[in-house]
Design a protein around this ligand. Sequence first.
Ligand code: ADP
Length: 755
Amino acid sequence: MGEHFSGLDLTFPVEYLKAAVVLSLLTVWVLVGLFSYLNLYTRRRYFTLWTCAWLFYALWLTLCIGSAGHGTQESSLVMMLKQWCVSASAVCLLWGSAVFHNLKPRQTMFGLFILFLFVWSYVGAYHLEDALHIQVPIFTLIGLSSAMTAWAFFKFRLRRGYIGAGLLSGGFFFWGFYLAGYPFIQTSEAMISSGFLASAVLQLFIAVSMIILVLEEVRSSNKLAFQQLRSQKSEKAVLQQKVASTEERYRDLFDKAHEGIIIVSAEDLQILEMNQTGRKLLGMQNSALKNPSLRQFVRDVADKEPAPAGGQEWFLWIKKVQQVTLVRFDGSSSQVEIDGAGVEYDGRSAFQFFIREVTERARLEQQLRQAERLSALGQMISGVAHELNNPLAVVMGYVELILKRQGLTDQIRGDLQKVALESQRAAKLVSNFLSFARGHSTHRVGVDLNQLIERVVELRQPEIRLIGMEVSTSLDRAISCAMADPDQVQQVLVNLISNSLHAMLDRPLPGRIRIRTAQEGASLFIRVEDSGPGIPAEIQPKVFEPFFTTKDVGIGTGLGLSIAHGIMSEHNGRITYERSPELGGACFVLEFPLVEVKEEPVKEAAAGAVAKPENAPAAPPQAKRSARVLVLDDEEMIATLLSEMLSLLGFQPTVCLTGQEALEKLKGEEFDVVLSDFRMPGMDGKKFFTLAVEQQADVARRIIFLTGDTVNEETQAFLKSIGAPCVGKPFRLEKIEQAVTAILENRREAVPALN
Ligand code: ADP
């Protein structure tokens, strides 16, 4: 029966053999079931191979049940099949372990191996006497395969730390150990049943270990999945943060863009979103209005076709016109450049508009145009002034000559003095025009504005009364003097009065003009008001532009107010328009800055402009003045006037109308003084001087130039370089006398010095 170990008897009677084999088979079926399930669950190749191994092993056990009875002699076929089953089981186990080890074994090699073992089993069963001879190598093989599987699980345990893997490693090791010893165990009847029972226990142990391993793997993969989930969550949070910050950046860019950005619905142009600049452009910073239509803020372009109503058509219209006027919420307007593009907004089609304000640019462009026109005006004024100088010189000169005559009645003398006064003012104005046209500063003195106004009114009163109108003053006597050029201010007042008179011509008589003065804050004000129709709002911005006039051709030049504007700017003041609150017509306000007056104010009359006429009779010519004077001027009237003036002064004039003629005269005769015009056609003053000095070097000290262009820098530079005296046109008798006498005296002084 069996041997007895002291204390523990592990032997079972041979009758138990069948039961032990069945038990072992059952446990193997547990394993087959388990491995098949795992195979289904994980689809790993080594589970398939191991399932095969267990199946072959189960087959072997089944065959063993048949031969487990007493005295049953196994047939060679059964023996061969049994050997082959064990061999196939060993090969599958080995193969599975190799795959588990990632060794990628060749299938054909294992196929051949199985075939070889099949042949070996056949040879063993049919040709070998001793069964042990074939069993030992085959069971050794399955034992080694199991040991290799044990090794694979051991390594797995080391790598991943699973307890199940460690248990499996032990299980397979002992199971292999058992199988390797099986050929010897089966020879002992006492041990064989115990052997099968032990293998059943080991197989159960392997099954349980496998379950533990699977559970551990599941737990670990859960943990991994959880960790991944957590890291994905934190990644998601990081991404969300990035999205938020990108959106914030975009919002910032959008909001702080210098251009207005407005997104509107493509359907009805309702505003869906806009940035701060857009809000400002529409004047909607503080408006609670929800989604107004952009269309209501855009004014039709006056000279272009009206804006269409529909969204798409309106968008195309905007793209075509490009520049429009935006009318803000408060009614004010601005010029803008607008461009747009079709976009998607919240899943609906929309238009995105970019709007740039160009009001400032338009203003600058207008200023530039104004400056260009002013410069054209300057050139024109300069030309006109030159042309006026000669006739003015003739008028002034002859009036002076007539006034010098004896026997004039008081009435004629008085009238002539008025002509002299006004022509002198005209001459001063012409020189002011020249200065204004060239941007030269004017001659400013302390001016009593009240007296200046009274003088202008006095001068214009008779004319104003004649046409049935009235002019009154309301002057604040306490105002300070203004630093101003009295002639220029007088010019402004005259222009304003003329305009008022003209504006009231069609109104019921009497038209009324009132001039007021006041000192307010740091400014002095002159207000010129009338009872005319005033200036319509639409032309108000244009009246100060040069050449803007509503008067008929030949009546208005459109220069009066622009000159007034220029003069006031030169005085650091300004001229503005408003409606007269009392008279109902126009009111022009002249504002002068209050500055410290550096010299005594000119109380009586503006220097030069309204100079006192000379009442004294002309001084008798001095007999000793018999000096010979050569007069050169291309204008015959001027030349004759000069000749008459010189004769009156007692000199002997000789008149020439061209430079050539004068050079000829200089060759033949001796002249004490040469009086030459500067601007002449053909040979001008400069050329004449050069040629004359070439002829007689001494001419350089005898020449006096006459010019209406004294402010011309080029002329001034030339005159300075030659040191010749100069008399400005229009000239007065007194000036001519002074200049000629000065040359003669210089010569007298020079002659003894030479001797
Ligand atoms: P001009 O008098 O030659 O037309 P201005 O520059 O002096 O040129 O005036 C420009 C325009 O301003 C005038 O044509 C007129 O329409 C308008 N204007 C000027 N003054 C008055 C006024 N007192 N009342 C009404 N309109 C005026």
